[in-house]
Design a protein around this ligand. Structure first.
Ligand code: SF4
Length: 257
């Protein structure tokens, strides 16, 4: 959305200097009647989502999104999401299949042990901590859920090392259930659009739950991660080639290309 004018548009034949003239007295409204503030147009989310659906397939899909499309298991989505935290998709895409080739269930993962898991997932970021988390998660899955991954959001959030981003991604990409996975890309872009005004991803998730039409809940993460990795970059977004530039308020954008 282009930046909205804050002043009413002057007609081309407005006489020069007319702004200095005293405003004529209004005789259509009784004195003391408050003038309501101008209403903002609602954000055109349908138009924006349609544009992103049409344009983002030109770029590489985010790894976990791709796994969901391919119909992988919730367990794989869960473990791959843990691996992908603070790690590039290109590396996770190499390491995750290597781990799953060695162990594809919580039982098999426990049998591998923390040391071997760490070796297999090296060099993802924080590989030792992630190996420990994977072992702890698998233990809980076996003890509480018979080796299955729960679909309930609260149950997922109780797993060691699992935050809202991971839990929502397991629900959406793993189970195809409603959820809004808000990572740093979704948070940044929704605020730049002016669609939400929030301070962190958790606030953004709550705001989106209130205003985002349900048909977009699952796919918004994949589309905005793709936009955020390729065009709406954190520091200097590529606004000149952005397919949704016409509807973006560019809130907080001070430098762009
Ligand atoms: S790249 Fe620019 S125009 Fe596009 S969504 Fe980001 S801030 Fe808005």
């Amino acid at each position: 959305m282009p930046e909205r004018d804050t002043e009413p548009t002057k007609s081309p034949d407005t006489p020069i200097g007319s702004a200095l003239q005293p405003a004529p007295e209004r005789d259509t409204e009784p004195e003391g009647v408050p003038i309501p503030p101008a209403e903002r147009d609602p954000f055109p989310i349908d138009e924006v989502m349609a544009t992103l659906r049409a344009t983002m397939p030109a770029f590489q899909r985010p790894l976990i999104d791709q796994m969901g499309v391919e119909g992988t298991t919730p367990f794989r989505v869960l473990i791959a999401t843990i691996l992908s935290l603070r790690t590039k998709d290109t590396l996770t895409a190499v390491v995750a299949p290597r781990l799953f080739a060695a162990a594809d269930t919580p039982e098999a993962m426990l049998a591998l042990g923390e040391e071997r898991i760490a070796e297999l997932i090296y060099p993802v970021g924080f590989y030792r901590n992630k190996a420990r988390s994977i072992v702890q998660i698998c233990r809980v899955l076996i003890e509480r859920y018979g080796g299955a991954v729960p679909a309930d959001l609260d149950a997922l959030l109780e797993l060691p090392g699992v935050g809202r981003k991971t839990a929502n991604l397991v629900r959406t990409a793993g189970f195809g259930l409603p959820g809004i996975c808000v990572d740093i890309h979704v948070h940044r872009i929704c605020n730049r659009w002016g669609y939400v005004q929030t301070k962190n991803p958790d606030e953004t998730e709550q705001a989106l739950r209130a205003i985002l039409p349900p048909q977009y809940w699952i796919e918004i993460n994949g589309l905005l991660v793709t936009l955020g990795q390729n065009i709406c970059l954190p520091v200097s977004p590529r606004c000149s080639v952005c397919p949704v530039a016409a509807t973006c308020a560019r809130v907080g954008v001070t430098r762009s290309r």
